[in-house]
Design a protein around this ligand. Sequence first.
Ligand code: SF4
Ligand code: SF4
Ligand code: SF4
Ligand code: FES
Length: 1010
Amino acid sequence: MDHPIEAPHATRLATLPSAGTQNSCKIDVNGFQVDAVDSEYLIEAINRSGINVPHVCYHTRLGPIQTCDTCMVEVDGKLVRACATKVVGGMTVVTETSAANAAQREAYDRILANHVLYCTVCDNNNGNCTVHNTAAMLKVDHQTYPYRPKPYETDNSNPFYRYDPNQCILCGRCVEACQNVQVNETLSIRWEDDHPRVLWDGGETIGGSSCVSCGHCITVCPCNALMEKSMLGRAGYFTKLPSDTLWGMIDIVKAVEPEIGYGPILQLSETEAAMREARVKKTKTVCTYCGVGCSFDIWTKDRHILKVEPGEGAANNISTCVKGKFGWDYVNSHDRLTKPMIREGESFREASWDEALDLVAWRLNEIKAQHGPDAIGYISSSKCTNEESYLMQKLARAVGGTNNIDNCSRYCQSPATQGLFRTVGYGGDSGSISDIAQAKLVMIVGSNTAEAHPVLATRVKRAHKLNGQRLIVADLREHEMARRADIFFRPKPGTDMVWLSALSRYMFDNGLARTEFLTQWVNDVDKYRDSLAPFTMEFASRVCGVPMETLTRVAQEFAAAESACILWAMGVTQHCGGSDTSTAISNLLLVTGNYMRPGTGAYPLRGHNNVQGASDFGSMPAYFPGYEKIADEEAFARYEQGWGVKLPRNKGLDNHEMVEAIHAGKLKAMYVIGEDMYSADSNANYVGDAFSKLDFFVVEDCFFTLTCRYADVVLPASPSLEKEGSFTNTERRIQRLYQAMEPLGESRPDWQIIQDVANRMGAKWVYTHPADIMHESASLAPMFAGVTYDRLAGYKTLQWPVAVDGTDQPLLYTEKFNFPDGKAKLYPLEWIEPCETVDSEFDVHLNNGRMLEHFHEGNMTYRVPGIHAETPHGFVEVSPALADDLHLVTGQWVDVTSRNGELRTQVVVTDRVHEKQAYMPLNRPQHPVNLITGNKTDRATHTPAYKETTVKMKTLPWKGPDPLPPLNFRHGHPTPQRGVEVERKWGRSDYRIPGGDNGLVQIQTGQRKG
Ligand code: SF4
Ligand code: SF4
Ligand code: SF4
Ligand code: FES
């Protein structure tokens, strides 16, 4: 049922500026002049003014849902929902009329028919329960409508959270979040049911549904209907009571309520909530998994993690994925390393820190003296903090005397950085996630964004679903983003550079190139245009195996888009031509003028939480922090002076070259922090052989990884929750993390260990806190000149480069590109075939990559019981066609053999892959996919060509159950709809607008925020 819109208001609506404009105005609220913004939701302006109006279903990040009716106010004499009414300058609002108050109370009474206020024994009684706080705000004393339980059981089938229908007030926030923020489209409410409730996949159990356990729904739930299981029985003083006792107490409270009213009952619960403050610690941290950089408060009670509460993070606000929301149990894993260990023959013995550190320093100094400083290699970690990366490269250069320092961006991101260095000058995303969200067109190349960068993907999914953003996806695999795309095509493996270049040529040939932009901002246009001669659409179609019509359509859509972003990841970079393809992407963006404006640009999606920062802060052989070249005399002199030592000038080795140098007998020792190189580098057998040849090997980590097996000394490090520092996400956004708990056992933060090693090797470092390290870094690297811990306090962030006065750059290129003349460069490219293609023996192309629920090699996520339960095994995906050929069914065991090694695994038959292409998740502890990847690398950066692996498959005579258990979300069937569809609730015969005769007049119906 649509609500009537009065003609005069409709006229006024027609003159409103479009949503999103920032025209400030004044409105009259209860006789006060209140600042507002034209066309914002009235509830926002009222909230800011400090006047209290209840609003249960409204959530700033979700926009109007209009299910609860508690926000009734009078506008110009008519009753309206404040949450869905847009501000018009000069409007008169009264929040306290008898009609409004009666309507608010009536609406809240209806909520209590669905919810028992047992706050004192509720784990959600933490001062932030909307249902509780609204009862207090409205001074609810008695309940008009009796509580009516719903005829459904609590659903406990998900490992991480539970749904209690009997506490569910049917506000629909969870549905809105799932449908339109996370856009997993699992949740709905069937308003027509006798007893509506929240449904997963239309009526499935949570555990059997498509729910990806991202936690959006729990985060926005205004009460305890959806709760993290880690909270239950743990948050409150009285919440661990046995069920019988608990319900006995609840019944007593309910029995006295008619007599004493809710006032004293709520007061008691507020006292209990205040007592919780003393024992529940809330610490702001930054996710330790992917490069999206979600930040949130983590609630802990001693070492127990109660929950993760997002809300203020610049990259994510209310969003998380399963890893950030629920993937933290590994910090308490029984097999955390808690003591240093020293090799004795074939095994290890525990040692004191003094003994272990003395040994490390002595052996590194000895090898340096014997074989020279370049006989030692240092590997920093993209899971460690910026400050730790800075110290690790300083250790290598200033103490070790070598530029042999690298980090795992070599395994994924270096080619993207190289492509951007060649064309636009900075090796980082050219804008922010908000630019991606507002782009009119997003093109994704070689990125399984929904699984590898889940929260960033939600912004694309939402913009595509609600705001008409166009989506083009090029990938080998039909993953979620491909399924959602307006155009999806599958270029042959390793050929993306060709179709991208053909698109650029098409733009020139058809008058679609942005010539004004090119003339003003780009060098080498003619040279580049000449280089495009071979890249006709016919050529691209032939090489890439994509129909000409598809490529032409893509070119035309791309050219026509008012603003476009290109996102890419390891499907592009992990090829022999990874740098060239990244360059081709940036070339195309330049040709079409898609830089220097909001909603445009290049977005190489950074994989690890701090892979951006590890490179930014200098853990690369050729660069000081801030990408200043070692060969740059001015920078070199600055660092020599700043550090007070002579620095090495000779070229350092990257991590690929280090492995080669060990085999060549030139590299004798390594110090690796936070990196399971054996599992993460390609050709694990070759890497393992190298490690076994080292004279001395130090590994610093939280767990005894496969790499540790080769170590002489293993040093126990602390994960992110146990230390302070900062991470830099894919948007170049530097964010602080704070210590949530003490280091476990004798483990220590890496920055302390590195300092201890340095000082025992002869340095005199005196850093007392990571802030000291950031301060030094900012004083030396112009890119971070204005970075201070104060400017990063709490949820404040900075996106580099940061000027001395603290001005940062969310959009990277506004006034110039990062070259001396301020102009970008078009970079000519030549097509070179992939270095490994299928032949008659190795006839299957093997792709590999991440999964939503596991991270990278799985060292952390396999130690999270809930994630392990959802996805306990490795597997290989094969297409129905290949399965037919090889007589394979899901669950069948196969031997997968490449030119470099072999693996035994189970098969999942799926149309996500096609023809003779297979896909293997890279996380499988003990049996990493890199046992079969090879030694070929990107020509420019030495990033392994993981994605250029061909294999043969042998069917084995054993079959087990599906390696993806029924609990896995991939078996689910989402139920997409455009939100909570409140109109269906309004259409129920038993629905009445609260407010009686003064019934509601909707001035404007709510519109979704983009
Ligand atoms: S996917 Fe699952 S956890 Fe995420 S919002 Fe939807 S129902 Fe909630
Ligand atoms: S479960 Fe969903 S509909 Fe029910 S109270 Fe929570 S957010 Fe509202
Ligand atoms: S893994 Fe990535 S998307 Fe998921 S919560 Fe962490 S930072 Fe966010
Ligand atoms: S806040 Fe629920 S209808 Fe307005």
